[in-house]
Design a protein around this ligand. Structure first.
Ligand SMILES: [Zn+2]
Length: 420
């Protein structure tokens, strides 16, 4: 073996377990450089696109059209937020894909880069070309604006999707909607289901899950950390039932209804061996600590939970949970974009504390393939660096390092989602 661990990791295929590749974004043929920044986490560095309880918004800023790129319009990203990790990742990826390897976007090169990005996105092949160049064989997308998306016809034969369940946990009234504007009652109507009572609603959710395989949906996705706190407590059925049909239930009633539905979905998921992917950390940060979901995980020992983002900034708490509860897997997605240096520290610990090698997998979490490309380059580099350090300190040998890398990048996801 004379290749480096870095070279070994660089050539491994990736099963990407989390993206926000949406048909209406991926298939746009007019995409300029400014839009790549706006529809990315670099955009989040500039403006948080989701509301805190004290705020409101009219439309999703991530899906707004971008005006023409100008040097002035790029300034907030490049100068004001230029040291942020999301911006660094995107600048590196764009420099490589549209700028002949330039490491910065400057007053001298931005117009050529803008031209290149616009020309690339006019070609339908661009999306799949970049996935291939990133070494991504399979993508699981979370189309939060369409929880019933059948991703194969919409995005490509190498896609699957997850079914967002936020609106279902908020479905006490036909007018109630999640933070992405989804209504449970409209979703049910789309597949010919309706719910005239609380019991019929629970039965309809079961039928909705039965339809997932036909839509190549491979997991439920709970992103309620953007709608409410993640303390999914022991369900209070009496209060949940009493909430049904109310247009303005109290906070206590909303929580009871959501707790009950989340519990119901976890039970249905266990019966179908369907994984539950869950956002933890950041979001509505006062209520997104991973220990908030500990009760739910204990009540559903046969449900397989894929907990996301290393619950940043509470990665150590999450790792402790993943040691105690053996129905937890870790989706490393986003954690290496949020903070590459924290990711390395956490990955060292994760390797040491996780009970077995099946527990970790990763994704990009992005809207455009440029950012996905950058995310995967970063993940490969950081994982290789950690494995090199582990081998250098004689924690384990080269063959264990390589086996673990193969598992994290593709094998664990294939098994977990029963893809191959
Ligand atoms: Zn995401």
């Amino acid at each position: 073996m004379n290749h480096s661990i870095r070279d070994f990791v660089a050539q491994l295929p990736i099963v990407d377990v989390h993206e926000h590749h949406l048909p209406e974004v991926i298939h746009q043929r007019e995409v300029n450089l400014l839009q790549l920044f706006q529809q990315s986490y670099a955009g989040w560095a500039l403006t948080r696109p989701y509301c805190l309880p004290s705020e409101s918004r009219d439309a999703d800023p991530m899906l707004a059209a971008a005006p023409e790129t100008t040097w002035e319009a790029l300034q907030p990203f490049l100068n004001q937020c230029g040291s942020n990790s999301f911006v660094r990742n995107l600048v590196h990826a764009i420099g490589e894909l549209h700028g002949n390897g330039e490491t910065e976007i400057t007053q001298d090169n931005w117009q050529a880069i803008d031209q290149s990005a616009r020309a690339a996105h006019r070609r339908q092949e661009w999306q799949q070309e970049i996935l291939k160049r990133a070494g991504i064989t399979t993508v699981i997308t979370d189309a939060y604006n369409d929880p019933l998306l059948d991703a194969r016809p919409a995005l490509g034969a190498n896609y699957h999707s997850v079914m967002r369940t936020n609106s279902l946990a908020l479905g006490w009234h036909p007018d109630s909607r999640d933070h992405n504007g989804n209504s449970a009652h409209e979703i049910l109507k789309r597949v010919g289901l309706s719910a005239g009572s609380f019991d019929k609603y629970l039965a309809a959710l079961e039928k909705l899950m039965d339809g997932m395989a036909a839509r190549s949906q491979v997991a439920l996705k709970n992103a309620l950390a953007y709608d409410r706190d993640v303390h999914f407590d022991e369900p209070n059925e009496r209060l949940a039932r009493a909430t049904w049909g109310k247009s303005t239930p109290s906070g206590e009633e909303r929580k009871a209804f959501g707790d009950f539905v989340v519990d119901h979905l976890c039970r249905l998921a266990a019966a179908r061996d369907m994984p539950v992917q869950m956002h933890l950390g950041t979001g509505l940060i006062r209520g997104s600590h991973p220990l908030g979901v500990a009760g739910l995980i204990e009540r559903h020992p046969r449900t397989r939970f894929l907990l996301m983002h290393l619950a940043y900034p509470w990665s150590r708490d999450l790792l402790g949970m993943a040691f105690v509860y053996r129905n937890i897997w870790l989706d490393l997605t986003w954690s290496f974009l949020l903070s590459p240096s924290h990711f390395k520290l956490a990955l060292h610990e994760a390797i040491e504390i996780l009970p077995d090698e099946s527990r970790m997998m990763l994704g990009g979490d992005n809207w455009h393939v440029e950012e996905t490309y950058g995310a995967m380059l970063a993940a490969r580099r950081l994982i290789a660096e950690v494995l090199e350090e582990k081998v250098a300190s004689r924690y384990f040998g080269r063959s264990t390092a390589e086996r673990l890398a193969r598992r994290i990048l593709s094998e664990n996801a294939n098994k977990f989602f029963q893809l191959a």
